[in-house]
Write a protein that binds this ligand. Sequence first.
Ligand SMILES: [Zn+2]
Length: 87
Amino acid sequence: MLMTEEWVGIDMSKKDKRFDDICHICGMPITKAQIAICTDTYAVNFVEKREGDISLTVCIECYEKIKVHYTGGMKRAMKRHKEAMKQ
Ligand SMILES: [Zn+2]
């Protein structure tokens, strides 16, 4: 079992044959055509203080959200932070 399956409690043995994977951001079942990013790599989990292999799959919708968050770099991120602090 990959660390991500353990972390989010996904039991891939019960997966529906209509879908190929699960988006690790929104949690929705997705087909291969809906996968924007998939990676299988080494990762450090600073929250749970452990390390190991991690497999991540991201759907097209979540990928578009990720791209928006990175647009504008740190300057844009600081502007979002400032706006969030006003609320
Ligand atoms: Zn998603």
